[in-house]
Design a protein around this ligand. Structure first.
Ligand code: ACO
Length: 325
């Protein structure tokens, strides 16, 4: 038995922050941001809107698509690095707001790879018959951990949420493989230093801006290109299909140049690649499910299509998944 995606949904806040807006905040330019990242604008959640609020809107749309009600769900998984609070999990708030009373709920943190890591968990729950209907959500309010004085990171990040419903599938469609990888030895390339047990919140951590995301962008970039190329090639080999059999590549949206490098390695034309980094920037765990949902709604995914997902993020973590729709 395989697990398959039976519904997708996404939600982004209305407020748009353009590159020109950021030009007024730090020493950068629209040209630099577009040339180095492909990003033109990103969405920002208004004050008082939490990660769980974005997650709930995306979840409702995915449930609609799957023709299910919240009370049908057995398990809610929220992938996020920007939960509403350190405790309880954001999934608990989502469960409450959706009134999904039957569902157990927990968060996972694998940074930008959170959605695909969550997909591997949902896959395992379904295949082992521990759950029949899983709601998997990637949701972030990265604007809350963005250092708006650091031009090397603040141009990259945005807010949003994407969700999928995962259920048993009755033929050869569904998740063919989902492979997840971690290298904790290079955690220092991308992190939020304070707010945990290593550096609990203090006057000093606030003063030293340690609650904001830090990234060694260029080193991360090089490792991302190398690792993703290998991950997608290995996934295709393992499933004995070639890149030409893949209808659509749905990559994590961190940087257009990283996306293009993976597509080039697979010899894939960019019209077979979902790109929305120009409109949303990097929304971390929300990025793949938002892109997947947009592709579904635009009619770019048909039954029987092979869809390849790939992600890369803090940890470091990376992954690759193959789905037959
Ligand atoms: N505007 C203008 N100049 C800038 C900006 C900016 N916003 N940011 C940096 N620069 C400058 C730097 O200071 C540097 O100047 P210098 O040469 O005088 O020192 C120059 O531009 C080049 O900087 P690099 O960091 O080498 O630029 P690069 O081409 O690598 O692009 C970027 C930076 C966009 C961050 C890129 O490295 C990248 O996308 N990295 C990977 C991001 C990623 O995939 N992260 C993982 C997922 S994120 C997550 O898990 C939450």
């Amino acid at each position: 038995m395989r697990a398959g995606i039976t519904g997708t949904g996404s939600f982004v806040p209305e407020k748009v922050l353009t590159n020109h807006d950021i030009e007024k905040m730090v020493d950068t330019s629209d040209e630099w941001i577009i040339e180095r990242t492909g990003i033109r604008e990103r969405r920002i959640a208004e004050d008082g809107i939490n990660t769980s609020d974005l997650a709930v809107e995306a979840a409702k749309r995915a449930l609609d698509r799957a023709c299910l009600r919240a009370r049908d769900i057995d398990l809610i998984i929220v992938a996020t690095v920007t939960g509403d609070m350190p405790l309880p999990s954001t999934a608990c708030f989502v469960q409450k707001k959706l009134k999904a009373k039957k569902a157990a709920a927990f968060d996972i943190n694998a940074a930008c790879s959170g959605f695909t890591f969550g997909l591997s968990v949902a896959n395992a729950y379904i295949k082992s018959c521990m759950a029949k209907r899983v709601l998997l959500i990637g949701a972030e309010t990265l604007s809350r951990i963005t250092d708006w004085e650091d031009r090397s990171t603040c141009v990259l990040l945005g807010d949003g949420a994407g969700a999928v419903v995962v259920e048993p599938s009755d033929n050869d469609s569904g998740i063919w493989s989902v492979d997840i990888f971690t290298d904790g030895s290079i955690w220092n390339l991308l992190n939020v230093p304070a707010g945990g047990s290593a550096f609990p919140a203090s006057e000093e951590t606030v003063k030293n801006r340690m609650h904001f995301l830090k990234m060694k962008g260029n080193e991360t970039f090089k490792i991302a290109v190398r690792t993703l190329e290998k991950a997608v090639v290995d996934t295709l080999k393992k499933n004995r299909i070639s890149a030409s059999d893949v209808s659509l590549l749905v990559p994590h949206q961190a940087n257009l140049r990283i996306i293009q490098a993976t597509a080039k390695r697979l010899n894939m034309n960019m019209d077979k690649v979902v790109v929305n980094v120009d409109r949303y920037g990097n929304t971390s765990a929300a990025s793949i499910p938002i892109a997947l949902d947009e592709a579904c709604r635009q009619g770019r995914i048909r039954k029987g299509d092979f869809i390849l997902l790939e992600s890369f993020g803090g940890g470091l973590t990376w992954s690759s998944a193959l789905i037959k729709w």
